[in-house]
Design a protein around this ligand. Structure first.
Ligand code: PMT
Length: 213
């Protein structure tokens, strides 16, 4: 790893789905397992980077990867803000909540009859909020209009690269060991990759940010 293309650089990776408390026993979450982010962390480490992995899920410990555990979108935002200081790149594979309950109930919500209204508010967009001079890579999990939606996110979040994920393809997206992605670059380049292991996707993504390429 010492001679890797990312030697001497710090790469920050996020993994897993955030959880937003509804009451002491319930949360709003999503199906992200953290696998994609974990493979990105391993691939960056194997290219010589010092890796900070900000994760919501329990992932096996691995040498050269510092794991920072968080639960909510707000916790992930503050962990990312500290971790990116002096970093070479931020890679956001985490599935971050766009909405959270306005207030979590302090006691367990009791069963009632009929409808139940839960009031939600927007969370902060981490990629848009985090400022600094580092390579910014996002993921886009889409169920339709993959390229158009991913392009909008690439521009709105000021990214260098967005990895567009059609999560309706069998073997792709949440929980799978494989993924089917299209890389969309800031300069307009588009590269459609075949179904491959998340490890191979991770290596491709890390390869794209090697200096001088
Ligand atoms: O964890 P796995 O089971 O392996 O599944 C992998 C994955 C499907 C979760 C992953 O490949 C993936 O697509 N991650 C992004 C999922 C997502 O939330 O996408 P999005 O389109 O909602 O968000 C776009 C980008 O903005 C993402 O990089 C996201 O991390 C970021 N974001 C989103 C919301 C928010 N409040 N702040 C953000 O920074």
């Amino acid at each position: 790893a010492q001679g890797g293309t990312l030697a001497g650089k710090t790469v920050v990776v996020t993994a897993g789905g955030t959880r937003e408390a509804v009451d002491p026993v319930r949360y709003l979450g999503n199906r992200s397992s953290g696998k994609m982010g974990y493979e990105l962390a391993l691939a960056a480490r194997d290219q010589g980077a010092a890796v900070k992995l900000i994760a919501t899920t329990d992932l096996p410990a691995s040498a050269g990867i510092e794991v920072i555990r968080v639960e909510t979108a707000a916790e992930m935002l503050s962990a990312v803000q500290s971790a990116v200081k002096g970093a070479y790149a931020l890679v956001m594979a985490a599935a971050v909540a766009d909405y959270r309950p306005v207030a979590a109930a302090t006691d367990k919500i009791k069963k009632g009859s009929g409808e139940f209204d839960l009031k939600l508010e927007s969370t902060e967009d981490i990629l848009s909020a985090v400022k600094g001079d580092f390579i910014r890579i996002g993921f886009a999990a889409e169920t339709g209009d993959l390229i158009a939606n991913a392009k909008k996110k690439l521009a709105a979040k000021n990214l260098d690269l967005i990895v567009a994920n059609n999560v309706t393809v069998p073997g792709a997206g949440f929980g799978a060991d494989t993924n089917k992605v299209t890389l969309l670059f800031k300069d307009g380049r588009v590269e459609d990759l075949p179904l491959m292991s998340k490890r191979e996707v991770a290596e491709r993504v890390m390869g794209e940010m090697a200096p001088g390429e």
